[in-house]
Design a binder for this molecule. Structure first.
Ligand SMILES: Cc1cc2nc3c(=O)[nH]c(=O)nc-3n(C[C@H](O)[C@H](O)[C@H](O)COP(=O)(O)OP(=O)(O)OC[C@H]3O[C@@H](n4cnc5c(N)ncnc54)[C@H](O)[C@@H]3O)c2cc1C
Length: 390
């Protein structure tokens, strides 16, 4: 199997992979997204998008339609919670049908011994020769592994997330509410006036942590976790839509690995969670991946020789090293532009996580001082960031 008509391959059709394909398309460059699932993956309930993410969604041409599907919350910056399904569907709708190939699980990646371009191996035994490979394949990225990045770190924190529909309107207003109770955090944020996304995060080191939970068990567990919280928390959990409940372990790539790791080799790079999976404590993982998409497409578009688009793939062997070099320089531009921003967000997230969940008061205090000194405390300055035009 070869990629005809496009030689940019994007591994993973999540938020970042789809946004990258759409950003490239808006620059006039075709790509192919390889997604292992058989349909668009839209699990995970809601996702908060701040101003920095909305700036990207506007540039991708989906901001206006998504704003109609979520209410704005009353804070200084634009801050809305979306259904993840609305977000991925809007991104996918902007792409031609043939751009996303479902049921394509990447199992390995290597470099062609002659051309040095990437070769992608799929689970069904087929291979794809690519000119550029962008790994947007999430926390357990095969592409990141092939670049020599370490496995991401699993934390002892887990979340249960869900939706609660209240056809007669809920009584919690439009604010994002976060309540702390020891090791448990409960948060709720409205998507619409009658539709609420909520989450519970908590420590869990149980032996059976790999065991599957039924939705009923998750709800029961959620009810236990919110004992002692104000009654609206248990009401939301009790009345939640069982089909929306999801249990997730928080994983992260420590900031020092971002500093030391390699995120580009040859014409391969990574973006989104594959590069910088972080805890949800400042709600920036998704928006950071959207920023990656714009910066990557901006750098790459000029370097890709569109004249190649209609070429037969066997020409791969004769592609000039000069062309490869142009792509490598473009990808280095992307890596350079993103380095500090990604490092800063991931460090801030890491510190906020420590501040909330570390058991030692002395550590919490030290972390607060560092946050105050280097990150403006818990201010939202980071959401004012503008990754620039496509
Ligand atoms: C509890 C929780 C709450 C969060 N809340 C927020 C929030 O409010 N706001 C925010 O901005 N971010 C939030 N995040 C982070 C956000 O969800 C992620 O940063 C974002 O989903 C990452 O998108 P992605 O496309 O990089 O990766 P993913 O969403 O993981 O997508 C990767 C895609 O690649 C596919 N794939 C994986 N491996 C392969 C393979 N080998 N071959 C082919 N396809 C493959 C997967 O099926 C998937 O579709 C939260 C995260 C968690 C865990």
């Amino acid at each position: 199997m070869s990629v005809f008509g496009s030689e940019i391959v994007i591994a993973g059709g999540g938020i970042c992979g789809l946004a990258t394909a759409l950003a490239l398309r808006r620059k006039g460059v075709d790509s192919v997204v390889l997604e292992r699932s058989s349909t668009l993956r839209a699990d995970g309930g809601g996702i908060v998008i701040y101003s920095n993410g909305w700036r990207v969604l506007d540039q991708l041409g989906v901001g206006a339609e998504l704003r109609c599907k979520s209410i704005i919350m009353p804070v200084k910056n634009e801050f809305r919670c979306l259904r993840r399904s609305d977000l991925v569907e809007a991104l996918a709708r902007g792409l031609p049908e043939e751009c996303i190939r479902f049921g394509c699980q990447i199992v390995a990646v290597e470099e062609d011994g002659v051309t040095l371009f990437p070769i992608v191996h799929l689970q069904d035994g087929s291979t794809i020769n690519a000119k550029v490979l962008i790994g947007c394949d999430g926390a357990n990225s095969v592409v990141a592994k092939s670049l020599g990045m370490r496995q991401v770190t699993p934390s002892t924190l887990w979340t249960i997330r869900g939706f609660t529909d209240s056809p007669n309107g809920h009584r919690h207003g439009r604010a994002f509410v976060r309540l702390l109770g020891g090791d448990v955090t409960f948060g709720m944020m409205p998507i619409e006036d009658t539709f609420m996304h909520w989450f519970l995060s908590f420590r869990w080191v149980s032996e059976d942590s790999k065991g599957e939970k039924t939705p009923e068990e998750l709800r029961e567990w959620g009810m236990k976790l919110v004992e002692g919280f104000p009654p609206e928390a248990s009401e939301l959990v009790k009345e939640s839509d069982l089909g929306s409940l999801i249990l997730t372990q928080i994983k992260y790539r420590p900031p020092w690995e971002l500093l030391l790791g390699t995120s580009r080799r040859g014409t391969m790079t990574i973006a989104g969670d594959a590069l910088h999976v972080m805890g949800p404590f400042i709600g920036q993982g998704g928006s950071c991946g959207l920023e990656d998409a714009v910066v990557l497409a901006r750098n790459l578009a000029g370097a890709v020789d569109e004249g190649q688009a209609s070429d037969h793939p066997h020409r791969h062997g004769r592609l000039l090293p000069l062309q490869r070099r142009r792509i490598e320089v473009a990808l280095d531009g992307y890596v350079r532009e993103r380095k500090l921003r990604v490092l800063r967000l991931s460090t801030q997230t890491y510190l906020v996580g420590l501040m909330i969940y570390h058991p030692a008061k002395a550590v919490k205090l030290m972390v607060i001082l560092v946050l105050l000194a280097f990150f403006g405390g818990t201010s939202l300055d980071h959401v004012a960031y503008d990754c620039g035009l496509l």
